[in-house]
Design a protein around this ligand. Structure first.
Ligand SMILES: Nc1ncnc2c1ncn2[C@@H]1O[C@H](COP(=O)(O)OP(=O)(O)OP(=O)(O)O)[C@@H](O)[C@H]1O
Ligand SMILES: [Mg+2]
Length: 262
């Protein structure tokens, strides 16, 4: 059964694309088949984050009625498949966001384990159509009042359409002494914070390397946070120590086989 999850926030720049990509990469790391769709139609970033800014067939072609969404799916070395958007302004005018829901339904027929929609900021037509296209939502926010207020508006809008809120992802945490706490965020949003991703310079480095931080800096705090979130979504326990043991075990075995270790 395919899980269709929207990643929305209300406020721009909170970390939706970073979360979509790294959650997708972490779910792939755990062996799940994942498709990330760039549903941010005005400022699509998924392709840019992953080093594939231009593709022959993109989501805008699909929403213009020119292609089927299955023609716009690309395998990425980071693990998840992606459906990128167009960077061209001229593609925007002829794109119908209301076609998104049907396109996502069509994609679900191929039964991936997860479809993740990276949503647009705001509460306009674009974000609304992403909300209408999914079954459940991850709400991304930062530990500051304006971001949390906009997150609440997104939650209220989603509730109007009976969409389930999977939980809140509180990201860029611990950057300032005045950060709003997890407890206050939960009280304000009336939903659980299911993931706390620290502010981590590894995220910016991964952006420069055009790959998911889960792969470029697998031991960074942000990568561990996203792996924990992915594990929680598939009902697995993630332990950093266990992963380190597995790695140490593997390398010891390798060294023994090569005769470099007793
Ligand atoms: N945990 C983090 N630590 C440090 N920087 C981060 C973190 N998460 C995201 N960022 C940075 O914050 C900026 C915005 O992130 P991102 O593009 O994911 O936000 P967005 O919500 O998708 O933005 P938009 O509303 O424009 O689509 C990027 O420069 C990204 O590298
Ligand atoms: Mg984005």
């Amino acid at each position: 059964m395919t899980k269709i999850i929207g990643v929305l926030a209300g406020k721009g720049g909170t970390g939706k694309t970073t979360t979509s990509i790294n959650l997708g990469a972490a779910l792939s790391y755990f062996g799940r088949d994942v498709i990330i769709v760039d549903a941010n139609l005005t400022t699509p970033n998924v392709g840019l984050h992953l080093g594939v800014p231009i593709v022959p067939i993109h989501l805008h072609h699909v929403l213009q009625g020119k292609n089927s969404i299955t023609e716009a799916v690309y395998a990425h070395p980071a693990g998840p498949k992606i459906v990128p958007g167009s960077l061209s302004i001229s593609d925007l005018h002829t794109t119908d966001p209301e076609k998104l829901k049907r396109a996502i339904k069509q994609l679900a027929k191929y039964k991936p384990d997860f479809i993740i929609l990276d949503g647009a900021a705001g509460l306009g037509r674009e974000a609304l159509n992403a909300i209408l296209s999914v079954e459940e939502l991850l709400i991304v926010t930062n530990p500051e009042l304006p971001a949390i207020t906009d997150a609440l508006k997104t939650i209220k809008l989603a509730e109007q359409f009976s969409k389930r809120i999977t939980g809140v992802v509180l990201t860029k945490m611990n950057q300032h002494e005045h950060d709003v706490s997890v407890k206050t965020t939960e009280e304000f949003l009336e939903n659980p914070v299911i993931s706390v991703i620290p502010y981590d310079k590894a995220v910016r480095e991964s952006l420069a390397m055009k790959d998911a931080v889960v792969f470029t800096h697998p031991k960074s705090k942000a990568a561990v946070g996203y792996k924990k979130l992915a594990a929680a979504l598939i009902g697995q326990e993630y332990s950093e120590e266990a992963e380190t043991e597995v790695e140490i075990g593997f390398f010891s075995l390798l060294l023994k086989k090569m005769g470099w270790k007793q």
